[in-house]
Design a binder for this molecule. Structure first.
Ligand SMILES: [Zn+2]
Length: 368
């Protein structure tokens, strides 16, 4: 991997840090804590203080705001990041870590959460939480996800219909009442298994079951998605129970992958092109990991940012911002193997599902 950390860091800071949002958040913090005995702080009075002490807003965040739990933008929640890192440390070290302990280690080490994410978190599946995860939106009948009116989200969320704007009458959040927070996935070993679940035989020619490097890469991407959304993905060999079926088939020479809904509700296929040699390894770090992230993004209701009524501006329609783009970034450190879900993917996924998955207190929740 040809990653140079400084360019990755510059990039992540530019995406996850927004000076005007930070100054507004810092003003709210100052008012809440009556900093300097004042409770009428504004973004511009905060800005004036930064200037008077010779710090840019980003330098202020790195030095102070990160340890006051002020958010650097609406794409990055500082205190949630400490909490995610504490969870990851508790899981990997076997001893219990608290957010406060993580925060104080960061502070002593002189590293702020955005820099930590760019340098380490992306490789540890410690993903940031956005402010989009804080809202619970209820709906009553099977329906599509309503628009957020934020272009970064709506360009990736199929708000008017499911995948590629084909109408269907369901979304995964409907399943919370029957499957709790679980989506079942399967690596079928025969085309007839998939066909029996309502999928067209014409999409199943040259069927091949996934090899181990394809399975591993898929499971790595599912782990990322689980860390971002809180959805639990469980492997099954029961075809009638499965929601997502993954395999290779001849999907046409121009396509590397294809996600498709069949005739039954709550079932989709994710196929990679079995006639292409580049799809035989999907592992992070060595294979075409971005391909499986992209197709699983579709599987979770994301669309391409260059199609549909809401699209991303050209300069943001790259894999730096979203794996749903077709445009490879020009930066030399970029590689499809080292791909992780981008900031806009995280925003869109957390808008739909929150960080607590199907049902729960965030994202779209069906009520009967
Ligand atoms: Zn696609």
């Amino acid at each position: 991997m040809a990653t140079t950390y400084s360019s990755l860091l510059d990039y992540d800071q530019s995406v996850y840090f927004n000076a005007s949002q930070y100054e507004a958040n810092k003003a709210a913090y100052n008012n809440e804590h009556a900093v300097n005995g004042i409770t009428n702080w504004t973004a511009s009075s905060v800005d004036a203080v930064f200037r008077s002490v010779g710090l840019t807003p980003l330098q202020h965040y790195e030095k102070y705001g990160a340890f006051e739990n002020v958010n650097p933008s609406d794409l990055f929640n500082t205190s949630s990041y400490y909490s995610s890192k504490a969870t990851q440390l508790s899981e990997t070290t076997g001893s219990a870590w608290t957010s406060t302990q993580v925060e104080s280690v960061f502070q002593q080490s002189g590293i702020d959460p955005i820099s930590h994410y760019a340098l380490y978190g992306v490789f540890e599946d410690v993903f940031p939480t956005t402010t989009f995860a804080s809202d619970k939106v209820t709906y009553t009948s099977a329906d599509h996800i309503a628009a957020s009116n934020d272009n970064r989200v709506d360009s990736l969320v199929t708000t008017t219909a499911w995948l590629f704007e084909q109408p269907t009458s369901w979304n995964w959040n409907d399943l919370a009442s029957t499957q709790n927070n679980t989506l079942y996935y399967m690596f079928p070993t025969s085309a007839t298994t998939v066909e029996s679940q309502g999928f067209s035989a014409t999409n199943l020619s040259q069927f091949t079951g996934f090899n181990q490097n394809q399975k591993t890469g898929t499971q790595e991407a599912l782990t990322e998605l689980s860390k971002i959304t809180g959805i639990s993905f469980v492997e099954t060999t029961d075809a009638s129970l499965a929601n997502i079926y993954m395999f290779g088939s001849d999907i046409g020479k121009d396509l590397a992958g294809l996600a498709d809904a069949g005739s039954q509700q709550y079932k989709i296929t994710v196929a990679v092109n079995s006639t292409s040699s580049t799809t035989t390894d999907l592992r992070a770090g060595s294979g075409d990991h971005e391909l499986i992230e992209h197709e699983l993004g579709h599987a979770l209701d994301m669309k391409h940012p260059f199609q549909g009524s809401v699209q991303l501006p050209k300069d943001q329609d790259t894999s730096n911002y979203t794996v749903m783009s077709y445009t490879t970034p020009s930066e030399t450190w970029y590689s499809a193997s080292s791909s992780v879900y981008g900031p806009y993917d995280i925003a869109a996924l957390q808008y739909m599902y929150g960080t607590d998955g199907l049902g729960g207190n965030q994202g779209f929740v069906k009520v009967s």
